[in-house]
Design a protein. Structure first.
Length: 486
């Protein structure tokens, strides 16, 4: 029986959740304040935490930080109202497993809890020791043999990357990971962490592209209470949370020059100071950064500090785009299909031959993230055993007509051009059917031209054509369905 701690200042919600979860095999403990919750966790470690975002004494973000300081691997699920969803998503970047929205749906909560338990580490007693303090002692233990939870593919190019990971993981080298958006850079960073002696310590991932200039210092280094307007409580920053473990800074080139200077001190001296603080905090953190553009080129342009670049560039790994390892496309598609089947309680068995052909020809400018989204959508729309072309997005099934070229200006050396085969045009007799086809073809050519002029932004293309977005989608769907009949 799994132990769950439910935290909510609404006693009625706690009572209802206690009753429902107990009936579904959970041993439930409740707390009505953040302070009471932390005391409960110190006395008895739960397997999972279900926490309201708004509490009387602290918010969900603060409580999450405190929980992660005590036990880094406890899955925390945030309960939030619809108005706080954006905040909840940001909290997930700080380590929350997932969030559920109010009004609460019992089935959704149960599904999320079971998923969190299935994905949480099994050896908590060994790998999830309480943090005695934030300054960690040097870890002399040898890294354990690690079985990866990620699927990386079978292409020769990625086998080389896995060999590089095994080589560099046991060291304390700082690493730069290059790759396009959605290509799996964070998974590579996590694999390095899991194969290192720091595997039992936190892995904190930060998207620097999502940090505003004003809040970046606070997010990375934390702040003291009253250090600026709105700082009503002390905040522990990402570097402090990652102490003893690994911090992954994605899209590092997006940090402002001022933050880069502060980061240089952290890298050089292994010390940091919270915003508004007067005392230095010792750090033992491995730093892995990622970028979709060459930091050496950014340094030449004055966008990135050259001295910071050299500090990070002790080792580098290049993650290839999906179009450069086509033998992996269907492997990942099958993995995403299996996960989506589990999430949606469906039993789609695979993909039709035509879908496989389209998948293998499409250049996947959004890489694995795009493939995952396409498979999810197609699985949802599929009623039979196999995913059919009719369940795929229009821009993928008609890629050759749209002639979409994936752009990644800063990664030209990692891109290979794709030449799509010319599709033979169908010749119809002059009849009502032929006239209708000609009319739809003419409309489609106008739509393609508008999409190209608007860089494939459908809303702008609809405005250019003087139609609404829904009409644009309907006309694209009409073209797709009509051509399927011929």
């Amino acid at each position: 029986m799994s132990n769950i701690l439910v935290i909510d200042d609404d006693t009625d919600i706690c009572m209802l959740l206690n009753r429902y979860l107990s009936k579904n095999g959970f041993n439930v403990t409740t707390a009505h304040t953040g302070k009471a919750a932390l005391e409960s966790i110190m006395n008895q470690t739960p397997d999972i935490v279900l926490c309201d975002f708004r509490l009387d004494d602290m918010n969900g973000g603060e409580l999450l930080e405190r929980i992660k300081q005590i036990h880094t691997n406890i899955p925390v699920i945030i309960m939030t109202g619809y108005s706080d969803v954006r905040t909840a998503v940001n909290i997930m970047k700080s380590g929350a497993f997932d969030y559920v929205t109010k009004p609460l749906l019992p089935e959704e909560i149960l599904h999320t809890l079971k998923r969190a338990l299935a994905e949480s580490p099994k050896e908590k007693a060994e790998n999830d020791e309480p943090a005695k303090n934030l300054v960690s002692e040097p870890d002399t233990r040898k890294p354990k043999k690690h079985k990866s939870k990620y699927v990386f593919g079978r292409s020769p190019i990625f086998k080389t990357i896995l060999e590089q990971i095994q080589l560099v993981a046991p060291t304390n080298f700082s690493i730069i990971i290059y790759g396009e958006s959605g290509s799996g850079k964070e998974s590579v960073a996590n694999e390095i962490h899991n194969n290192s002696a720091r595997a039992h310590k936190p892995f904190i991932a930060i998207d620097c592209g999502a940090l505003s200039k004003e809040l970046a210092s606070s997010e990375l280094f934390g702040h003291e209470k009253g250090s600026f307007t709105g700082a009503i409580n002390q905040k522990i920053g990402s570097f402090e949370l990652a102490n003893g473990g690994t911090i992954f800074l994605d899209e590092i080139a997006n940090l402002s020059y001022d933050i880069q200077m502060a980061l240089l001190r952290v890298v050089q001296e292994r010390k940091m100071r919270r915003v508004g603080g007067v005392k230095d905090i010792d750090l033992d953190v491995r730093i892995i950064v990622a970028s979709n553009e060459r930091l050496s080129e950014s340094a030449k342009k004055g966008k990135f500090r050259e001295d910071l670049y050299h500090r990070f560039n002790e080792f580098s790994i290049e993650v290839p785009p999906l179009r450069n390892r086509r033998e992996d496309i269907m492997l990942f598609a099958d993995v995403f299909l299996e996960k989506t089947n589990a999430e949606l309680s469906k039993s789609v068995k695979g993909f039709s031959d035509e879908v496989i052909r389209i998948f293998n020809q499409y250049p996947w400018p959004g890489n694995l993230r795009e493939l995952n989204n396409v498979v999810k959508r197609a699985t949802l729309l599929t009623a039979g055993d196999l995913v059919q072309v009719s369940s795929l997005p229009f821009e993928i099934t008609h890629y050759d007509q749209l002639n979409f070229e994936p752009e990644s200006p800063s990664m030209h050396d990692m891109r290979s051009p794709q030449v799509m085969p010319e599709q033979p045009k169908k010749v119809l007799p002059l009849s009502d059917q032929g006239m209708k086809h000609a009319s739809i073809d003419a409309e489609f050519e106008l739509i393609v031209e508008a999409l190209k002029k608007c860089n494939y932004n459908k809303s702008k293309a609809a405005q250019l054509l003087n139609i609404d977005r829904k009409t644009l989608y309907n006309k694209m769907k009409q073209y797709k369905e009509f051509n399927g009949e011929l």
